[in-house]
Design a protein around this ligand. Structure first.
Ligand SMILES: NC(=O)c1ccc[n+]([C@@H]2O[C@H](COP(=O)([O-])OP(=O)(O)OC[C@H]3O[C@@H](n4cnc5c(N)ncnc54)[C@H](OP(=O)(O)O)[C@@H]3O)[C@@H](O)[C@H]2O)c1
Length: 211
């Protein structure tokens, strides 16, 4: 598939690495230094462009910016004439990472959907970038569970398959509204990783009786 990533930081580059390895064509966009963006993208086997170019290029657009600039990044995409999948990876973190700006009565995913009416928004927060940039995507011998929420079942399936390509174990969690609860779970991981000394090689598991 053709993937346009908005946000060329730790997460955007970590996703690019694995998506390219899995045969996807990636265009990276959105940073503050065009020359750095070009060289970063090229070192990862990806193209570089503006957010509007990345969205035009993409079958799936990936939002991987800090929350405080997500609105700006979506504005820079402008109008997208055809409906496209938007995989939202953001955590709506307070600037000091002490908590979430948004939670339980709405979600970052739902707010992104309001800002991007052209998009079929799917919320799925990948494992930590430290894992994506490391030599193993496994954590304690297993893949971390990534909950996938969105109102379009086909779009959820597409993002679930991309989640697998970047080392996660996707769980179809149903409608976008469920992001109200999956986003705080990701916040818990941030707190455990950076506040409680567990480090970034942690992830979620999901127990389920299947027989
Ligand atoms: N990192 C993780 O492990 C992880 C895991 C799951 C979800 N997330 C979520 O993913 C999102 C991205 O996180 P990250 O860790 O990748 O952040 P990051 O490393 O700080 O990268 C942010 C990217 O956005 C760009 N950017 C920031 N402000 C900008 C502005 N005003 N104009 C243009 N570009 C700007 C940065 O450009 P510069 O390079 O020029 O600074 C950089 O390319 C966040 O919402 C985070 O909560 C992160």
């Amino acid at each position: 598939m053709q993937i346009g990533i908005i946000g060329a930081g730790s997460l955007g580059t970590g996703l690019t690495k694995h998506l390219v390895k899995n045969g996807h064509a990636v265009m990276l966009s959105f940073n503050r230094d065009a020359a750095k963006l070009k060289s970063t993208a090229s070192s990862l086997g990806a193209k570089a462009g503006t957010p509007a170019e990345a969205a035009a290029f993409a079958d799936v657009v990936v939002l991987a910016t800090p929350w405080n600039v997500a609105g700006e990044a979506l504005k820079a995409i402008g109008t997208v004439p055809v409906r496209k999948i938007l995989w939202d990876c953001t955590n709506a973190l307070k600037p000091d990472m002490s908590g979430l700006i948004i939670g339980t009565t709405t979600s970052a995913g739902e707010e992104v959907a309001k800002l991007a009416p052209w998009a079929k928004v799917v919320k799925a927060i990948p494992t930590f970038a430290e894992v994506l940039h490391s030599s193993s995507l496994q954590i304690g011998g297993a893949r971390a569970v990534v909950f996938v929420c969105g109102d379009d079942a086909d779009a959820r399936r597409v993002v679930a398959s991309l989640v697998t390509d970047v080392g996660g174990a996707p769980v179809d969690a149903g409608p976008l509204e469920l992001a109200r609860y999956t986003e705080p779970a990701a916040m818990l991981l941030v707190k455990l990783a950076y506040g409680q000394g567990f480090g970034a090689r942690i992830g979620l598991g999901f127990l389920r009786e299947t027989s």
